[in-house]
Design a protein around this ligand. Sequence first.
Ligand SMILES: Cc1cc2nc3c(=O)[nH]c(=O)nc-3n(C[C@H](O)[C@H](O)[C@H](O)COP(=O)(O)OP(=O)(O)OC[C@H]3O[C@@H](n4cnc5c(N)ncnc54)[C@H](O)[C@@H]3O)c2cc1C
Length: 498
Amino acid sequence: MSNALVIGSGVAGLAAAIRLAVKGHTVEVFEAAATPGGKLAEFSQSGYRFDMGPSLFTRPDLVEELFREAGTDITGRFSYLALEEANRYFWEDGTRVTGWCDPDRFAQEIQAKLGVPAPLVKRHLHRAHELLSTTGRTFLEHSLHRTGELLRGGFLKALTAVRPAELVRSLHGVNRAALGDHPKALQLFDRFATYNGSDPYRTPGLMRMIPGLEHGQGAFYPVNGMYSITRALHLLAVDLGVRFHFNTPVERILVDDALSKVTGVRAGGRDHAAERVYSNMDVVPTYRKLLPDIKAPERTLSQERSSSALVFYWGVRADHAELGLHNILFSADYKAEFAHLFDKLELFHDPTVYINITSKHTPGDAPKGCANWFTMINAPRDVGQYDTNTIAAARKAIIGKVKRTLGIDVEPLIEVERVLDPRSIAERTSSHQGSLYGTSSNSPWAAFLRHPNDHPHIAGLHFCGGSVHPGGGIPLALLSARIATAPIPTLKRITSHT
Ligand SMILES: Cc1cc2nc3c(=O)[nH]c(=O)nc-3n(C[C@H](O)[C@H](O)[C@H](O)COP(=O)(O)OP(=O)(O)OC[C@H]3O[C@@H](n4cnc5c(N)ncnc54)[C@H](O)[C@@H]3O)c2cc1C
């Protein structure tokens, strides 16, 4: 078997390394940072522990699959709970809705609190689940760029299962047609566009499938917090013989031009030979920095990026019973909020605030009687608009929102604080413009315009992670590694992505 090198140890890089080692390759991972995980990182300060990036965990089967493939018992290495409630939703007028994972219970809750007849909600959730397990599965679990896979994957069937309105209308339009004119219910279901960093007023109605995840397949919580995913996958890779080089950024991908094939990477000032290279680095800097002499697919690289985030990690000297693991405090004007995020590229003065508190399930994540608030608002991709004033104004807006919605004056309770903004997301992980999920899904063609998992002309060069097919978020990043490391069917690849 051959040498395979992986650039980056984000969740997709770890998964690719595991899969390659299982196939018998000699695998080395080069990671610019001192620790594995990329966006899936953690830090601790003054008795508080915080997951730095992802907080919502879906599709645990994709983590389990890696252990199964490796023939390693997952027991004692990674465990998770199935959640009864996915989210708690709050509005300033005092309305509160619990997002029960069970679709029937959730439908009853929405009927009781927001006035939408439960059968309409159930039908909407049923359609979400149906689309997710048919069309979603086909498009997300296969390459869209390998002819052999296209033919085998049942794409035609998957496409015909989509209703025209789900392609032509926006998610908001489809939600409105399904649920009627109930502003709060629409806001709740429109919010699922943010699960891939998109705008509900522009992303296609097909995204109605997203609630099928937490209100169909379920929402989960890793017993020791999100970082335990990184820890478990890193240890599994080490056990399989993968060698990690931390604090070692790759400087170049080496290519034999005459043979159109990859020959290795340059890192730490020397060349490392390999027959296969898998880039888990964002695809834009991969081309710009690591492949400066190779013609870049400009159309692909210029696709609109997903939203980013502004996160305040607050150690709070109180534990509020009305808050759960995932809490959403809605903006009073959702349309204006998204116009700011995607058109004006500015933060909105009345943001929707997300508060994740892992100490609700992992008491050791905060001192007794305290709580670790991961307080996040959606933020536009970084185009140079952020400075200390914009961050300070957002902090004030969030504190005001918490006070108006929950009646909690959080500012005097904050005893630990750290901030992550779109600039630091880009700096820490090389994510282009600080986007969380690679490209946005604001167009019906977005899925086809993502970069493929194989370089179309350079043999042995592959891509995995949130910036390439099938997209961002932990489950899709894990799927990208599965696709990128699968044997390429012998039929000719489609190369029309430029
Ligand atoms: C604040 C926030 C909240 C989020 N919330 C959720 C959520 O709730 N649920 C969810 O599923 N997803 C969420 N996401 C998205 C999710 O974190 C990402 O989609 C996913 O973790 C991306 O993984 P990745 O494999 O693409 O790699 P990344 O995490 O982007 O890691 C890339 C790695 O490559 C390394 N690297 C870059 N350049 C080089 C180089 N030249 N040489 C060597 N190494 C290099 C970086 O240091 C980094 O470790 C969130 C992200 C953030 C930031």
